[in-house]
Design a protein around this ligand. Sequence first.
Ligand code: ACO
Length: 364
Amino acid sequence: MLQTRVNSGLDGVIVADTVMSEVDGEAGRLIVRGHAIEELVATRGFEGVAALLWEGFAPSDQGGGGDERAVREGFALARVRAFAEVPKLLQAAKALTPVEGLRVGLGMLADSELMPHHYLVCGAMPVFLAALLRASEGKSALAPDPTLTTAQDLLRMIRGRRADAVFEKGLDAYLATITDHGFNASTFTARVVASTHAGLISAVLAGLCALKGPLHGGAPGPVLDMFDEIGSLERAGGWFDDAFSKGTTLMGFGHRIYKVRDPRADVLKNTVATLPQTAGRLAFAVEVEKSAIAALRRYKPGRRLDTNVEYYTALLLEALEVPRSAFTALFAVGRAAGWCAHIFEQEKGGRIIRPQSNYVGPRP
Ligand code: ACO
């Protein structure tokens, strides 16, 4: 007999075992390969988190994982390799947004490329993003510096000079915080594509396409748009009343898994506080957040909606002087390492992912 119960949005459906990360939506806790996210970000940078995720999964004949230094060197070599593709990318990506440009850039990478593909994509994305941003300002692309970490070099390639250490640390903390997060839509998408043995580059590109949407990685830009519209604190309450009367979805709030506050929100909020001249903006954001939560309780009683990672991502990336248009693409730079880990895990033990649908159309 045909099974007809539909789990809309795959809500509550468990599709795999994973050692990568656990999102505990009731406790508001995130564990990445055995480490609480707060401890992980305090002790490891982005390359360290990538090494941890890849340990035992990245093929040893392709540079492996597990060793932070090797990952740092692999990323640096890959950035240099990817820079050769920049002229072609800029030609093809004219007039595209940064995330659309990244989509083109990843699409240009050949499966026959000899460099290990997990390094290639993770090195290419920061180089492509910086080149796209500079091109949008009429500036020429800056060659990568292989002596630097991803965060250091990315900020340098965007700005044209090294940023102060506190900014570099801030970006590194951001990338480390968002590297992996269970079976979110983009990771699941990447795993579906990996499950067909389409290859790592295709699976990462698919992940990027899923991340691009405003319900997933596209939320932080609109958080700042909301701040602009609210303008001053005394207008916040009225702004939310108006927003709910129009059925607006508040960006940076709500989550499929978290029924309480997303723990990454506080990791990023604390990172914002380490950056110079953020106190005023942070105080504003905290008050707006209180107002938003109060409105969510009022207009969506019983739904258990709280702040998610994107709210303080918006504030952090703004403080790092990253243009709003690049927020989603920057998210992808960090998340790519997590996608690679899941792709390896899928390729290692998974079957093709092929669920069923319930036909409700006419019958012959
Ligand atoms: N603002 C207002 N209402 C909301 C919000 C929100 N941000 N989120 C959920 N709701 C409401 C819905 O309208 C719905 O109400 P209803 O029962 O009256 O119809 C109820 O809460 C349940 O919402 P769903 O959309 O069913 O929840 P779902 O788990 O499918 O969606 C999602 C989760 C997409 C994250 C949603 O909360 C949302 O759109 N949030 C805003 C976008 C955002 O910040 N995305 C980033 C998430 S983190 C990340 O992906 C990195």
